[in-house]
Design a protein around this ligand. Sequence first.
Ligand code: GSH
Length: 294
Amino acid sequence: MNDASAYTPPKVWTFDKENGGRFAKINRPTAGPTHDQELPIGKHPIQLYSLGTPNGVKVTILLEELLALGHAGAEYDAWLIQIGKGDQFGSGFVDANPNSKIPALMDHGTPTPTRVFESGAILLYLAEKFGALLPSDPGKRAECLSWLFWQMGSSPYLGGGFGHFYAYAPEKFEYPINRYAMEVKRQLDVLDRHLADNEYMCGNEYTIADISIWPWYGAVVLNRVYEAAEFLDAGSYEHLGRWTRAIGERAAVKRGRMVNKASGPLEGQLHERHDAADFETKTQDKIEAAGGAE
Ligand SMILES: N[C@@H](CCC(=O)N[C@@H](CS)C(=O)NCC(=O)O)C(=O)O
């Protein structure tokens, strides 16, 4: 065990700007804008302000799935918000999301523009708007929403808890790593047991529940977050593995993962998306400018 007595909390907590850790530069204990910065608006009614993180790609996967289903009204402009540079604290972004976190969506197709923040709310808003990927039968809809809200409540333990202490904290502490590894393994088991009897999260129907859960828990299985697949023995969750691989093969999922992605191999990055053709042209331009694929 680490020495738990090393830190004695003061009477009143104060903000230590130099507390180290991966996100020390952007984290602060107050809300609100830090600078004036209007958000750009493109040609489509749906404007997305985001980054290709698990929370961000939920929305781009859904939009690409809606387009693949023939919902032309789901065409969208996706703008890059670089959270490492503090774009989420610009005045325009804070107007779209007072919580200063990606993703944020503006729908200019309503009589007055509609703002939607929190990825779960965005998935529900879009699924209802287009009448797709959300069952209409009340029982199935309840099951779908239960899993959607399960993800919203559960993955902060995976990301903010386990991921932070296992991968990002400046030092390794046994207590939080143990606590969050146990909880994340419990969550992986919840999914694995459910997927043993169900093709998708809501029976045999692919829905926004899958789109919400896959970017987080599929990423653990595929070792795309925190380099923790071995530590968590993620390969042992057989049914979760089957579901993860099946969803990862979907063309819309592959496209959605590229949008607003600003890290990893260049051919997987599409910083902004304004048109379906951007997947071919913009990516190719970038690769050529960089002197060929990695
Ligand atoms: N519950 C929120 C979480 C969003 C979130 O945590 N976004 C992160 C990136 S994945 C972010 O914008 N962080 C920037 C910051 O905390 O300043 C959602 O699902 O939309």
